[in-house]
Ligand binder design. Structure first.
Ligand code: ATP
Ligand code: MG
Ligand code: MG
Length: 403
């Protein structure tokens, strides 16, 4: 890498960007960030090429691109027309590549289009129907209720995260409120999936200069736990899930990522049903909350290092195996007060024992209720059940913050 010294332009400088910068530091990879002046990633990465502004602003994206060799993202809610333009025309006579491809970003941005595409490719998804915008919304939702029965999930097609674009429709009485809250958005209806639990797999994708897939490498399967629509914990390996189900999830995830375009890491969120079926919930075209554990559990190639290697076309390992037998990630969410999470962090700092390690991460973000402001990773040399037992004081404190 040092022989080429390329500069990566990063759209978005939140916690994912910050951890990408942490991985880039020992490799001497330079990352220029487009985001607000004091964004979490900028706080730890001094670079004269940073741009202050929004990653949705085409002019700012062009400004960033003019001093970078390759662009990548830490968020999918960005402006893709300008990325398409940059890739085809370059800027100021200079070529700029975009990884993952703007085609992938554009598709994934629209959850409905994303899942339609996956369904057409023969991948397992929940049934979904488009909801009419504006005046026809209520009638359209009544049709969805007839078709799916209750409950079903109303989802905003674009811009959602941490469940903020989801509305569970449990009865006809919810429809008016749904119009009030989601009436101005473009939405779709998704059949309720009575899942047993949720799984996720991070997958690295590389391709040659003609866009032909070179390598698809999955990380281990993890179990993700969502509370109040937001990811609270991640378990590696999943608890009480058969090896066959884990293998199926990895296969589905690789099948999904194979159908996308460009290089990078991708998260595939899935539902596991009672009878062992795996269904795709959604894709994230970037490092992801469900892959934070790889920083310590797969130390030779975390999801962040893999993102750098993929984007820069550096050699990636053929397999991505953990160096520990179990790992748990606990999100630190902001609580009612700005210091509600302090007890949790203090507890994490004082936990040392043989065979188990605890790693707190804070993102340099102001605390707000339910905001992801950090996470704690635990790694263990025993079973996931033993590690969960050890993590109890942390899990309890994290639960208290949410109440
Ligand atoms: P993220 O922060 O992961 O991007 P998001 O806002 O895009 O979240 P989703 O992933 O669509 O939201 O949904 C959030 C959670 O809501 C899921 O992880 C799952 O727990 C629940 N959920 C979503 N869709 C369904 C469904 N069809 N049936 C049942 N539960 C669902
Ligand atoms: Mg999402
Ligand atoms: Mg999700």
């Amino acid at each position: 890498m040092s022989t080429k010294s390329p500069t990566i332009g990063l759209l978005g400088g939140g916690q994912l960007g910050r951890m990408l910068c942490e991985a880039a530091s020992p490799l001497d990879v330079s990352i220029a960030i487009l985001d607000e002046a004091n964004a979490p990633a900028k706080q730890i990465n001094n670079n004269s090429k940073h741009v202050v502004g929004s990653f949705k602003d085409p002019a700012k994206i062009r400004e960033l691109a003019s001093s970078c060799d390759v662009l990548t993202v830490e968020i999918e809610h960005i402006e893709t027309d300008v990325l398409e333009e940059l890739e085809s025309k370059g800027i100021q006579g200079k070529k700029v590549t975009v990884h993952p491809s703007w085609r992938t970003l554009r598709l994934i941005q629209d959850k409905y289009a994303q899942k339609e595409y996956l369904g057409q490719q023969g991948l397992p998804i929940a049934e979904q129907i488009d909801i009419v915008e504006g005046d026809g919304m209520l009638a359209s939702m009544k049709e969805a209720s007839q078709k799916f029965g209750f409950p079903w999930m109303l989802k905003a097609r674009k811009g959602s995260y941490d469940g903020r674009g989801n509305f569970k429709i449990s009865s006809t009485q919810d429809l008016d409120q749904a119009v009030k809250e989601f009436g101005r958005l473009s939405c779709y209806a998704e059949k309720w999936v009575p899942f047993e639990l949720e799984l996720a797999v991070m997958v690295v994708r590389t391709e040659d200069s003609n866009g032909k897939t070179k390598r698809i490498v999955p990380y281990p399967v993890v179990e993700t736990v969502h509370e109040d629509n937001i990811c609270s914990k991640v378990f590696m390996p999943p608890r009480n899930v058969s090896a066959a189900a884990c293998e199926k999830a990895q296969k589905v995830a690789c099948g999904v990522v194979e159908k996308l375009w460009g290089r990078g890491v991708f998260a595939v969120e899935m539902f596991l049903t009672k009878n062992g079926d795996v269904m795709v919930n959604e894709i994230a075209p970037r490092p992801h909350n469900s892959g934070h554990y790889t920083i310590e559990a797969v130390p030779y190639m975390s999801q962040y290092k893999a993102q750098l290697y993929a984007v820069l076309d550096e050699p990636l390992p053929e397999v991505l195996e953990p160096h520990v037998s179990s790992s748990i990630m606990i999100n630190i969410l902001g609580g009612a007060n700005s210091d509600s999470h302090h007890k949790l962090v203090e507890q994490a700092k004082k936990m040392y024992s043989k065979g188990t390690s605890v790693y707190p991460h804070l993102y340099g973000k102001e605390s707000k209720p339910s905001r992801k402001i950090g996470h704690i990773t635990l790694t263990g040399s025993g079973s996931i059940e033993e590690l969960e037992q050890y993590a109890q004081p942390l899990i309890q404190l994290a639960d208290e913050i949410r109440q």
